[in-house]
Design a protein around this ligand. Structure first.
Ligand SMILES: [Zn+2]
Length: 179
């Protein structure tokens, strides 16, 4: 007859009675894990591996074993994902700064985005949607050149600035094959 105080196997996720003792090892003389028969065998097989590890390290290893020791996260991937999200609002060509905006510095990694930041900002500069057609871009460019031309703005320097931005935006889009 089993004593009612028999502890549950201490192997993570196991509910079998912990009928077998396994020495925790060098760092914990006289201390034991309580395992079921299957897990005391598993433990003994990997005893050398665990020797000298702290309890929490052993427990973490066993928990990993439940999922086949596959890495549950990758620092690199997570970091990269976060960086990408922020970079989406970056300003590789200093457009924002030029327009009195909010440049966050040069980000060469943006080069590989499907619609790069510079092109997105160029479209925004022209007041166009991301889906603007070449014809729409050309038409808007002509319209804005007329609107901001210094000749029709009495030599207004802010108009000149806007015209420069329009021309730069158009040339960015042209280089990228948008129009
Ligand atoms: Zn067990």
């Amino acid at each position: 007859m089993r004593k009612p105080t028999c502890p549950v196997c201490q192997w993570p996720g196991c509910n079998q009675p912990g009928t077998h003792r396994a020495p925790k090892g060098r760092m914990a003389e006289g201390e034991y894990w309580q395992y079921c028969i299957d897990h005391v065998r598993a433990y003994n097989q990997s005893y050398n591996y665990f020797a000298g590890m702290s309890d929490s390290a052993v427990y973490a290893y066993q928990k990993d074993a439940l999922t086949g020791h596959r890495p549950t996260w990758r620092m690199g991937t997570r970091e990269e994902g976060g960086a990408k999200a922020t970079d989406g609002r970056s300003d590789p060509f200093g457009f924002g700064a030029e327009m009195g905006g909010h440049a966050s510095g040069f980000q060469p990694r943006e080069e590989t985005r499907p619609i790069r930041t510079a092109e997105r900002q160029a479209l925004e500069m022209l007041g166009l949607e991301m889906s603007a057609t070449p014809a729409e871009i050309k038409a808007r460019f002509k319209e804005l050149v007329k609107k901001h031309h210094p000749d029709v703005n009495g030599g207004d320097t802010s108009a000149e600035e806007r015209l420069r931005n329009v021309i730069q935006a158009h040339s960015t889009l042209k280089k990228a094959g948008f129009c």
